[in-house]
Write a protein that binds this ligand. Sequence first.
Ligand code: HEM
Length: 479
Amino acid sequence: PNEPPMVFHWFPFIGSTVTYGMDPPRFFKENRDKFGDTFTFILLGKKTTVAVGPAGNDFILNGKLKDVNAEEIYTVLTTPVFGKDVVYDCPNAKLMEQKKFMKIALTTEAFRSYVPIISGEVQSYFKKNADFKPKTGIIDIPKKMAEITIFTASHALQGSAVRSRFDETLAALYHDLDMGFTPINFMLHWAPLPWNRKRDYAQRTVASIYMDIIKDRRANGDDHEEHDMMKHLMNSTYKNGTPVPDHEVAHMMIALLMAGQHSSSSTSSWIMLRLAQNPEIMEELLQEQIRVLGADLPPLQYEDLAKLPLNQAIIKETLRIHAPIHSIMRAVKQPMPVPGTKYVIPPSHVLLAAPGVSASDPQYFPNPDAWDPHRWEADSPNAPSIVRNGAVEEEEKIDYGYGLVSKGAGSPYLPFGAGRHRCIGEQFANVQLQTIVAETVRAFKFSNVDGSRNLIGTDYASLFSRPLEPAKIRYERRD
Ligand code: HEM
């Protein structure tokens, strides 16, 4: 009684797992048309209640700690990959402190030092990678973006000592860690299967590599020029006076790289595919840099990024349509009445938030299926209500223990989530992506291989949605 309507299915355990898994956005849209913003379906035997729209996002993402729980859902996947005592393998209050340490490390001074590091990595990648040697060629873009993401993120966040190990051992180990990070492991995380053995070996090995580096840095003193995350976490102390132990620093380093890797690399791949689909926008981006920074295109600085609104809008618009996280889950701990409805969600259910639904709803974003970076300008015919109605209204902020964050209540656009589990990597991702895009448009023209305006489909089979592979585009070097 009072439970939301159930999506029809033929088989008890399987339920809607297959139709949901093949295309989650379509599944949400079809059932929302049928049932409204709140409905339940069976996902691997579990009653899973979806609540969409700004009110649904708020209901789930700003749910109280006594009502909703993230770690119960995610720990089976994340703990074997990250390691013990961090993120979802500890009480929420400890995660909030860990997020505070991570967030404090990402200062303006740190970002200022990251831009030249990221620029340098991108330039040297384009120079050294054999596939980019010819004047023009065809490349599988997600493969390239995965490498560029891990080189730039590891160098900026983990320091030059870690970065230098990525060319040999670390890349292969992270690949094995990654194999543990798939939806099938929601069920098979414990099984002594080949990929899980590799995952466990890789976790131990990566953690001990980090711990050796930490010991070495403690013993020999640090390079004062480096503003990396590892250095900051090494010197952080919990509220109860305990310094963060080395194994937790190591495990947080793995967690940060994994969290950032998939989302940023998928986003940069989509950006490059959208630029190949819209070559005139790529020209506009170069012209914007020439106009603002000068025709000689000097080395990029952190301060330059804020002066390039189209370069920023590219990322905003790509995250609107291609948010890498399509489903956010929470276990229900107490009966939860859904505001404005007669429904009550019982504790046996899982809640699922999908902010992508409101981000592609014509009610908030005119012409929602069009990838139009100019819609983020107030006078665009496609400008969303949140931009047209006098920019951002006074946003409600809240402190969950890791600094003030926007509650996002009522916002139809939440690619970085909201509430206590909100992303702390948003600014880093923006700096990383803006720098990668700015360097790429300086170096290349992109187009679709067949000269069309087509776009490849989305692969929802892994935890993070990303382009189906291979996703090939044609490049032409500008030099
Ligand atoms: C949490 C998106 C990049 C670290 C989240 C959440 C979302 C998200 C939606 C909320 C998850 C939930 O509520 O269950 C993104 C997107 C990114 C990105 C779209 C890039 C385009 C990064 C980067 C880092 C990072 C680069 C690290 C430097 C984290 C952390 C959390 C988080 C630590 C907190 C998890 C929690 O509290 O449960 N991110 N993220 N993210 N993200 Fe990101």
